[in-house]
Each structure stands twice: as C-alpha cells, then as structure tokens.
Design a protein around this ligand. Structure first.
Ligand code: HEM
Length: 442
C-alpha cells in the first residue's frame, strides 16, 4: 500500500525579503503575540521567514521535550547557534554537539560543583553588599545591574577584582557582547561585529597567556577550576578550548542574570504585597545566617525562589532556542526535513493559556511543589533542558538570591503609578528604558 505523504508544513509568510521584513518588524514589537497567532492559525509546526532566514518553529511543551531531550541526536546545537554567535563566541559549550559536548561539559562542570560554588558564593556576597551601598536612590535599574553582574562575572569567573570594566579585559568583553547582538552580521571595517572580532582576539590572547599561571597556582574562580580539571585519563582541556569556553561563560553569565533580576525588580515593585512577603522571609533568613551563608541555607528561601521562577516565566531572558536538523524528523504529523533550521519558543510556552491559566497574571503560587508536579515537565524552561541545560543555573540562582537578600534588606523598590515600560525581547529580554525606579532606604 502506498504510504501517504505527510502534510506540507504551513507557512506563516512568503519567501520574499519584504515579507520577511514585515514579519521581523511585527515579531520585534510583540514576539509572544505573533507566536500565539501563528499557533492558533497553524498549530504546533509552522515555517516562518524572519531576520532574512527561514526556520521551522515548533510550539508547545511536547515540541520542547522532543528538541531538548534530542534522543536520536537529530537536533544540532552547533547548526543552531553558530549562525547567531559563531563570529564572536565560537566553539563554546552551547554550540558543540554529541560526545565532544559531553566530554567538555563534564570537565567544565567541575567548576560548578558544590565546593567551588561555595567559594564563589562568599566572594559574591561581599561584592554585592559593598556595591549596593553606593547605589543611588533613583536609577535606571538594568544598566546598574549589568554593571554589577559584569563585575561579579569578572570576579567569580576570571578571578579579577571588582571594577574590571575599567581594564582592557573588561572593555574587550563589553565590545564582544555588543558584537554578538549586532544586527549587521558581516564584519564591515569599523562596524560592531568587526570590533567584536578584534576584541575577541585580544581577550583570547590575554586568557591564553594566563593558563600556565592558573595551573601552577589556581585561585577560587571558574577559570582556574577549568584550567586544572582533568578527565578520566588525567588529561586537561586544550588551551584553545578553555579560552573558547571561558568567553561563552562570561557572556552566558552576565546578560541573562541582569535580565532576570531586572524582571524580578519590576514585578516586586509592581506587587508590593509580594515584595513584603519576600522581605519578611529574607529577614528571618538573614537573622539565622549571620555567619557564613551556605548553598543549603539558600535553598530555604522558598518564596524568593517562587518569585524568581514566576519572573522567569513571564520574562524569560532567552525567549527562544535555535537548532539545526541533521536528519529528517517526524513531529505532529509533519516531516521536518534534514538541513532545516528549527526553533522552540520558551516565551510562547510560558504564556500558553492551557498550561498557565490567566497567563499574564503575576502569581508566584504557580510554583508550589504541588503545582510544579502537576504540570508538563517542559512547560517551564527558562534554563532550557536536556544535555544543554544551563550549566550556570545554580550559579545564577545563588547570585539572584544573594542580591535580593542585600537589596530588600536595606531598600524598598518603588515604581511610579501606572508605569509599564516597553519590553525589548531580543537578543535578551529587557525594558527599553532600562527600568526607572526608586530604591528607598528602609
Ligand atoms: C537567569 C540566568 C540564566 C538563564 C535564564 C540562562 C539560560 C540558559 C539557557 C536557556 C540555556 C540553554 C541553551 C540551549 O539549549 O541552546 C543555557 C545554557 C548555558 N548557560 Fe545559562 N542561563 C543563565 C545563567 C547562566 C550563568 C550564570 C552561567 C555561567 C556562570 C550560564 C552558563 C551557561 C552555559 C555554559 C550554557 C551551555 C550549556 C551547554 O550547552 O551544555 N548561564 N542558559
């Protein structure tokens, strides 16, 4: 009997550049709205022309599970991420596949184990406390938190002192970050990508030269931990690989955490009753942890964690994840062809009415243990999932809790009445005006 052909993948828009431009403009204005309309019209599989490229978007928790679990290795992270960040952050953990990825992740993972994490935690706590003392009363929160998380990244990841942005390493890193999000993706002389690639070469040389010293006398930082990590045969990671992974780690650590904390600050300002509940929890915790804060004690901050989770649901820092197909895959009655670019959409899943009743409403109670158990495992995925799940998840959570403990212990977040800043979702979610608020002293 003849096998019936799978139905053609529905197209959201035409092939032409004008159609792609129109879709890109609509998407930049309102990504969750565009994705929801496509989902209602076409279901969980739709092809879209966006940013001058064509990709198949897979929507909903089953699609997330299929792509992230990647059981038969069809969804390549290298093919997905390389076109996006390959010029400035090539060969980082996020954009390598299979056994190569598994081996490197095991070695880099050594830097994120409980013992080294405790050392970063001690440094972070002191750094945050000192820095926050100097925060003004009225400020744009996002640039300020970006400055602080860059300092913390330099300290915990590279073992450099706070204030590193004034140095060449800090400047090069900021230039690379800018380049990774430059809209023009060609290295035109003097342009953002060109400057980023030059900065990358300089930072690369600096880190490379540091490796022998870090191996001789490692410090309590992630760079040192990765330099000395060995596999089961006693072999270190290659020096070039260490530098590639460090560059990606710096990027992954800095912008995402700033975005998340900005969302938390906004939502706590908008919901003073929750701000008070979290402050009350943090007060008791601070009283009981006057001495050394441990990873275990941070886990007691349940309300704080629920608020962070709800902020990450409403405003996931990374709204979508790209992959490339290395072979044909069947999904929801469609054949997804080898060679296609595919994406899953975290932000869309996080606002699906069938998963999250009244999805626009801020409600941290969605994250009680019971509610979490009841939901699809891939309904909430701000940190991705599967083999490429965020390696810095605990690092980020620790940093966010320490920051909130310091901030809410001494300041009250106050927003202007009816203030609702416009969100920019790409490349990382953040408010367009930087989030203007008051931090009143308590
Ligand atoms: C709230 C903060 C953060 C968010 C929302 C976030 C989100 C993500 C997501 C969605 C992925 C999966 C990418 C994919 O599957 O293609 C990822 C991967 C990764 N993240 Fe994070 N991240 C955060 C903080 C951090 C921090 C602080 C670090 C490092 C200190 C970090 C390091 C990494 C690395 C190395 C990967 C790649 C892992 C792999 O491919 O095996 N992230 N992150």
């Amino acid at each position: 009997m003849a096998k019936s052909m799978p139905p053609l993948i529905p197209r959201a828009n035409g092939e032409g550049i004008l159609s792609s431009l129109k879709m890109t403009r609509a998407y930049l204005r309102d990504p969750p709205g565009v994705m929801q309309r496509l989902y209602e019209r076409h279901g969980p599989v739709v092809e879209i022309g966006l940013f001058g490229m064509r990709a198949i978007v897979l929507l909903g928790p089953d699609a997330n599970e299929l792509v992230l679990l990647n059981r038969d290795g069809a969804f390549s992270s290298e093919l997905g991420w390389d076109p996006v960040i390959g010029s400035t952050f090539p060969r980082g953990l996020i954009s390598i596949d299979d056994g190569h990825h598994r081996d490197h992740r095991r070695l880099i993972g050594a830097a994120f184990k409980a013992e080294p994490m405790q050392a970063y935690l001690d440094g972070m706590r002191a750094g945050i406390g000192r820095d926050l003392e100097n925060w003004p009363l009225a400020l744009a929160f996002y640039p300020e938190i970006k400055r602080l998380t860059l300092d913390l990244a330099a300290q915990c990841l590279l073992g450099l002192p706070l204030g590193t942005r004034a140095t060449q390493v800090g400047r090069d890193f900021i230039t690379m970050l800018g380049a990774s999000t430059a809209l023009i993706r060609r290295p035109i002389i003097g342009g953002g990508l060109w400057r980023g690639m030059r900065a990358r070469r300089r930072l690369h040389r600096t880190l490379l030269a540091e490796i022998p010293q870090r191996r001789r006398s490692p410090g309590p930082d992630i760079f040192s931990a990765i330099c000395i990590a060995v596999d089961e045969h006693g072999a270190h990671l290659g020096e070039e690989a260490i530098v590639d992974h460090m560059s990606l780690l710096l990027m992954a650590a800095h912008d995402t955490t700033s975005s998340a904390l900005t969302s938390v600050a906004f939502l706590l300002g908008r919901h003073p009753e929750w701000q008070e509940r979290v402050r009350a929890e943090l007060r008791v915790w601070t009283r009981d942890n006057r001495g050394r804060v441990t990873l275990a004690s941070l886990r007691q901050l349940e309300l704080c964690e629920m608020v962070i989770s709800e902020a990450l649901r409403l405003m996931p820092p990374v709204p979508s994840l790209p992959r490339g197909l290395t072979r044909d895959v069947e999904f929801a009655g469609h054949r997804l062809p080898k060679g296609a670019s595919v994406g899953i959409h975290i932000l869309h899943t996080h606002r699906m009415e069938e998963l999250w009743p009244d999805p626009e409403r801020f409600d941290p109670m969605r994250f009680t243990a019971e509610e979490v158990r009841r939901r699809h495992r891939y309904a909430w995925l701000p940190f991705g999932g599967g083999a490429h799940m965020c390696l810095g998840l605990h690092f980020a959570t620790v940093q966010m809790k320490l920051f909130l403990a310091e901030l809410l212990g001494h300041r009250r977040i106050v927003l202007r009445e009816n203030y609702s800043p416009e969100m920019l979702w790409l490349p990382i979610a953040h408010p367009k005006d930087g989030l203007n608020l008051l931090l009143e002293k308590i």
